[in-house]
Design a protein around this ligand. Structure first.
Ligand code: ATP
Length: 199
């Protein structure tokens, strides 16, 4: 699996559609202060499902939409697409190339797409959950997060180790199963109440 390209269109300072192609090996992004280097990293985080505006240095999610400059009016929509070579099927999909797209409109409407097909956020999260990528992963370490890891509580550090070890998926599955079990128990209790009323 290899990151092939990233397209930003109306995302933060990227008012114009901009595509960055990643070659094999290491890529460095350089530029003056405030030129948008961190915005590129945040675009990667966002397209992979980030739900916290705060993690993207905003107050609300609409802050990711280009909000105008001296020579350009604000835009109504942010779009980011990321393309991976998935010929080794590292990501759980039959596609050999995967393009994930996220769009957000000022009225709050949003869309996620995988290879042009509309999908749910859950599908994006599931695609990355076992990969070491994704919104909660440590493949992207932002400024200040290293300090937070060192100063974190043991339970927080455990969550990090679980995420890195790939057991986060099982914890999530367990939580879903527990919720279903609890709902089933409620239904069962209701049935028992009805049976005793009828008796
Ligand atoms: P540094 O080297 O100082 O860390 P950087 O190259 O990482 O800087 P960023 O932090 O990515 O730069 O970009 C900051 C710029 O993005 C600021 O000029 C800010 O005004 C602009 N910006 C952020 N959000 C938006 C938005 N929604 N619309 C337009 N511009 C935005």
């Amino acid at each position: 699996m290899q990151l092939l390209s990233l397209t930003l269109d109306g995302f933060k300072s990227f008012a114009h559609k901009t595509t960055i192609k990643f070659e094999e090996g290491m890529t460095g992004i350089v530029g003056p202060n405030g030129s948008g280097k961190s915005n590129i990293i945040e675009a990667i985080r966002w397209v992979m499902g980030e739900q916290s505006a705060r993690h993207l240095r905003g107050d609300k999610m609409a802050d990711v939409i280009f909000n105008g400059s001296t020579d350009r009016a604000p835009l109504n929509r942010a779009l980011v697409s990321i393309t991976f070579d998935n010929s080794d099927h590292y990501l759980a999909s039959n596609f050999t190339e995967l393009t994930i797209t996220r769009k957000l409109y000022r009225n709050g409407d949003s869309e996620y797409l995988i290879n042009g097909q509309k999908v749910r956020l859950k599908d994006i999260v599931d695609l990355f959950i076992d990969s070491g990528l994704g919104r909660e992963s440590f493949s992207i370490i932002s400024q200040g997060r290293i300090e937070a890891v060192f100063n974190g509580k043991p339970a927080d550090r455990r969550a990090i180790i679980e995420a890195v070890a790939g057991v986060a998926k099982y914890r999530k599955n367990k939580e879903t199963a527990e919720k279903r079990l609890s709902a089933t128990m409620d239904n069962l209790n209701r049935v028992n109440d009805i049976i005793s009323e009828l008796n």
